[in-house]
Structures are given as structure tokens and as C-alpha cells.
Design a protein around this ligand. Structure first.
Ligand code: GDP
Ligand code: MG
Length: 443
């Protein structure tokens, strides 16, 4: 998401960054561009106006003008305000003091409620060590019940269903009893959606709410519907009442308008974002990190978290040690390739690196997974000595390796260069990681 916005804002930022002095005219000019960028990203007009006003007021303030790095100062203000716009701090899940915690999923048809029910259950188990029961309360489409059952089976979660003949309220009532019996500490209710908001749907949701006040009512909305998503959020909040928003399909949303407007219009925080169809593609929403990403400052924290989730701890420690002692070899490189593969599509990972937005063409570049296969083949064609001491690979060895792996000499050269680059990058990353840790402690 946010590709267009990111590109525009980063362009503006580059221009203002190094300025020794920032005049009021500079700020005005920058704000014009920010305004345009936000409108183009499909951000709600009222939100754009307020945002630009706030940033302008702060940016022409005495503090900025007197500061030694006024350009940087303005960028910081934009980042702060973007963060604020998206809700400020990350908004955690509210758990009941006395289990079970009841989470209700509401939203229009096709928004992603059923899918997200599974993803959320996954997070609850993995990160919070909970044991959720999924409840099939969408009785209008038999396929909906089946869909939830399939997800439950796939992830090994119990699914409570009474078919399509019992009312949703009764289903939820019995599900709550069942959860008590089976010691499920979280109950996630997958409700029915409609194509449009209608009175009957709202009443049904209110009836379920009345049975037992849920700890969370998550509105699931499709970010690709842009300002419609924002209107739906406002409407649901006013009629049914919601506690938070889960924004799905952010992976396919290039503009980001809903993500930027919802908090301010509907007055409810985005708690999670859906980043794909797979069951592990749900992430906690961190406004500050998202703002950094939009401004091309990268998102090292998310990247490190992602790595920590997927990478074997022991292996990671071993690798870190190897980087430090410079004893990293091609065998480790293969290990590393495999770890990276587990983290998901390479282009997603690269996007989180600071400055990635500035690398020309990267936003469209599909990192070639085939090339990873080629790399592996080349490494397997090396002798053990070549793997540990790549500096001995002269041109006759290169020839042999390229022949043995069915690749070209250029491929071999490229890999050797990549190996060196990777060593360098990893060194930077370990440094940065230590920097981030230090910052966190200071807070
Ligand atoms: P519901 O009608 O609200 O229950 O919606 P579903 O859970 O059935 O989802 C509708 C479609 O959206 C399915 O094909 C999902 O795979 C897809 N979907 C849900 N969340 C995401 C997401 O974050 N990214 C992508 N790309 N697809 C999603
Ligand atoms: Mg559904």
C-alpha cells in the first residue's frame, strides 16, 4: 500500500532535507505537495485539510526556523502527524478480566471476516498463548459455515456451529456455554455480512451484543474500497458500535486512503491489517512504523520482528556471531537463503528496508525467486574450500562452477558480488538492530 503517496512524499522530502534554512514559502510549497499526495492517495478531504493545517502550523513555528536542521525538523513533524493521524500508539487487544474474552467480527460481505477470524485465532494462539473457539454465526450462507470449518480444521481450532436453522443469538448463547465447558479462553464470533448496510443486519448484531457485551467488536473492512470503507466504519460505529477496525487486503491497496482516514473519521483505531490470503498474513497495526514506511525511513522493527518469528533463534545467534567474526561462508549463505524464504515474498521484505523506496524500479520489481534457485545451484557446485574461502575462486574455478551448475560466468560473478554485499548489509543490520534496542531502552 501507499506506493503513490510514498513516492510523492519522498520526492518532496528529498528536496527539503538538506536545506540549511526553511522559509515560509518552502513550507507552503511542501504543504501543497503533501496535500496533493494525500488527495491522490484517496484520503478523506476533511482529513487532508486538517492534516495540512496542523503540519503547516507546526512547521512555520519558531522552533523549526531556529533549528539547525530545519528540513529534518519539518520531516519529523510530517512523520509525527502521520502517526497521530493513524492513531498514535499501537492499539492492543482488550482481554476480559474473567475469561472467555469475546470477540465479535462484523462487516460487509466479502470484507474478509471469516478469513480474518482464522488469522486472528492464529495470532491469539501464537503470540498470546490462548485457546480460541470459533463460532459460525453466519447462517444465511451454508457455504460460510463450511468455510469456517475448513479454516478451523486447517489450523486445528474447534468450530462451533448449529447449522443454518438456529438463530445467530441462540448459536452465540450456546457457544459461550460450550467455551466454558471446554475451557476456551477466547470466543471469536464470525457473523453474517450483507452487501450493504441494512436495518435487519444491524439489529441482529445488536441482539448478539446484548447477549453478552463483547470485549472487542472488530469491524472488518476491505481497504481497496477506499472511502467506502471509511463510510462503512463510521456507519457501523454509530449504529452497532465497534471497538476497533481490521483493515484487510492492504496487500492489494496501492493508495492507502482508508488506512489514513479511518481513525480520524470513525474515531476507532485500526488494530490489525490483512496483508494477504494466507492464514499468517495478519499483522498488528503500528501507526508509527507505517508512517516511517510511507516516508521511506524503512520499518526495521517490523522486519526484525518478522525475522524473529520465522528464523530459528539458535541459527540466528550463530549467524550473528559469524558476521561479527567475519567467518560467514557460502554454507551459511544457503542457510540464510532458506530462512529468508520462510519470511515470505522477498519484495515484501525489501520494502521494509530504509531507503528502499529510493531504489529505482524496486516498487515494481518482482524479486526473482527463480534466481534464488540459481544461486543455490551455484553454491552446490562449489568445493568445500571455495565455500569457506571465496577469495580463491579464480577464473578457471568460475568456469568449472558455472558449468557444474548450468549457469553462466556472469551468474557466478553476480553471486560472488551478492555474497559480499550481503555480508555488508548484514553488518549494517546488526548495527541498526543494536541501535533500535538502545533507543527503546532509553524511552
Ligand atoms: P467475509 O464475507 O467477510 O467472511 O469474507 P471472506 O473471509 O470470505 O473473504 C473474502 C475474500 O477476501 C476471500 O477470498 C479472502 O481470501 C480474501 N481476503 C481476506 N483478507 C484478505 C487480505 O488481507 N488480503 C487478500 N489479498 N485477500 C484477502
Ligand atoms: Mg464470511
Amino acid at each position: 500500500a501507499f506506493e503513490g503517496l510514498a513516492e510523492r512524499l519522498q520526492g518532496t522530502i528529498q528536496r527539503i532535507k538538506g536545506k540549511g534554512k526553511v522559509s515560509e514559502a518552502d513550507v507552503k510549497e511542501m504543504m501543497r505537495e503533501v496535500r496533493f499526495a494525500l488527495i491522490e492517495a484517496d484520503v478523506n478531504l476533511k482529513v487532508v485539510k486538517e492534516f495540512v493545517k496542523k503540519v503547516s502550523e507546526r512547521a512555520v513555528g519558531a522552533d523549526v526556523m531556529k533549528s539547525l536542521t530545519p528540513g529534518q525538523q519539518v520531516i519529523k513533524i510530517v512523520k509525527d502527524e502521520l502517526t497521530e493521524l493513524m492513531g498514535g500508539d499501537q492499539s492492543p487487544i482488550q482481554f476480559a478480566n474473567k475469561p472467555p474474552t469475546v470477540i465479535m467480527m462484523v462487516g460487509l460481505q466479502g470484507a474478509g471476516k471469516t478469513t480474518t477470524t482464522g488469522k486472528l485465532a492464529n495470532i491469539l494462539r501464537k503470540k498470546y498463548n490462548r485457546n480460541p473457539l470459533l463460532v459460525a454465526a453466519d447462517i444465511y450462507r451454508p457455504a460460510a459455515i463450511q468455510q469456517l470449518q475448513t479454516i478451523g480444521k486447517q489450523l486445528s481450532f474447534p468450530v462451533f456451529s448449529l447449522g443454518t436453522d438456529v438463530s445467530p443469538v441462540e448459536i452465540v448463547r450456546q457457544a459461550l456455554e460450550k467455551a466454558k465447558e471446554d475451557h476456551n479462553d477466547v470466543v471469536i464470533i464470525d457473523t453474517a455480512g450483507r452487501l450493504h448496510i441494512d436495518e435487519a443486519l444491524m439489529q441482529e448484531l445488536k441482539d448478539i451484543r446484548a447477549l453478552k457485551e463483547p470485549d472487542e467488536v472488530f469491524l472488518v473492512v476491505d481497504s481497496m474500497t477506499g472511502q467506502d470503507a471509511v463510510n462503512v466504519a463510521q456507519n457501523f460505529n454509530e449504529t452497532v458500535g465497534i471497538t476497533g477496525v481490521i483493515l484487510t487486503k492492504l496487500d492489494g491497496d496501492t493508495r492507502g486512503g482508508a488506512a489514513l482516514s479511518i481513525r480520524s473519521v470513525a474515531q476507532k483505531p485500526i488494530k490489525f491489517v490483512g496483508m494477504g490470503e494466507k492464514m499468517d498474513a495478519l499483522e498488528a497495526f503500528h501507526p508509527e512504523r507505517m508512517a516511517s514506511r510511507i516516508l521511506g525511513m524503512g520499518d526495521m522493527l517490523s522486519l526484525i520482528e518478522k525475522a524473529q518469528e520465522n528464523v530459528d533463534e539458535e541459527k540466528a545467534k550463530e549467524l550473528e556471531e559469524k558476521f561479527r567474526t567475519q567467518s560467514f561462508t557460502f554454507d551459511d549463505f544457503i542457510d540464510q537463503l532458506n530462512q529468508v524464504k520462510k519470511m515470505g515474498p522477498l519484495e515484501d521484505i525489501i520494502k521494509m528496508l530504509p531507503g528502499a523506496g529510493k531504489i529505482k524500479g524496486l516498487e515494481n520489481a518482482k524479486v526473482d525467486e527463480k534466481q534464488m534457485g540459481r544461486m543455490e545451484a551455484i553454491i552446490y557446485a562449489m568445493t568445500p574450500q571455495e565455500k569457506t574461502t571465496p577469495s580463491i575462486i579464480n577464473s578457471s574455478r568460475k568456469k568449472r562452477i558455472s558449468k557444474g551448475s548450468g549457469t553462466s560466468i556472469q551468474d557466478v560473478n553476480r553471486l560472488l558480488k551478492q555474497f559480499e554485499d550481503m555480508k555488508k548489509m548484514m553488518k549494517q543490520m546488526t548495527n541498526m538492530q543494536q541501535g533500535q534496542k538502545g533507543k527503546k531502552k532509553m524511552k
